[in-house]
Design a protein around this ligand. Structure first.
Ligand code: SF4
Length: 188
């Protein structure tokens, strides 16, 4: 696992690794907790680990991860300036997002954000957005528009794995461009 913010982070990570609060603990290879810098400016929140992540123990290391990394490079973020987490820390069977498990797992995400204290939270896909903001509009409406949620500056994006058509690729590029501009304004 890359990235750590002291003893509290280490203790939280240990707690997550030993978690058996929902049925997903039975089918995981290992928990997937974090990838990124110790004090990230931007934290990306994905939905759940897939097969590659479950095997590697790190978020976004498969094909969707390659797309995300390319997007992060386009935003001009250095390796210590961002972090990546998922709502669910264990892979759901058949990669189907488990809503009940997400409710159980949610406090871990809150504690991670409280320790990492990013200035910007970027949600990837509808489940990550709903996890931060249950009342948010559908992802195709919300993506690309910053929204303050519970003290966080949240910027919704599509999930990189959802980019399967020319239209979604165009939308991804457009929203990334808006995010890059918005981040540059925040840096000033
Ligand atoms: S998904 Fe979350 S709540 Fe469920 S076992 Fe894994 S860490 Fe625990």
């Amino acid at each position: 696992m890359a990235g750590a913010v002291g003893a509290e982070w280490t203790a939280l990570s240990r707690e997550i690794r030993g978690c058996a609060l929902c049925p997903l603990h039975r089918t995981r290879t290992q928990t997937v907790i974090y990838r990124g810098g110790e004090h990230p400016w931007v934290v990306f929140i994905g939905e759940a680990p897939g097969k590659a992540e479950d095997l590697a123990g790190a978020p976004f290391v498969g094909r969707a991860g390659a797309k995300l990394d390319a997007g992060i490079a386009r935003l001009g973020l250095g390796p210590t300036e961002f972090g990546i987490v998922n709502v669910l820390k264990c892979r759901p069977p058949a990669n189907r997002f488990a809503v009940e498990a997400a409710r159980t797992c949610r406090p871990y995400l809150e504690r991670q954000l409280a320790l990492l204290r990013p200035q910007v939270v970027v949600t990837l896909g509808r489940w990550a957005l709903r996890s931060m903001d249950p009342g948010a509009p559908p992802i195709m409406t919300a993506a690309g528009i910053p929204r303050p949620v519970g003290g966080w500056e949240v910027y919704p994006l599509l999930h990189p794995a959802a980019i399967r058509s020319r239209a979604t690729a165009h939308r991804w590029e457009r929203d990334l461009g808006t995010l890059a501009q918005w981040l540059n304004e925040q840096r000033r």
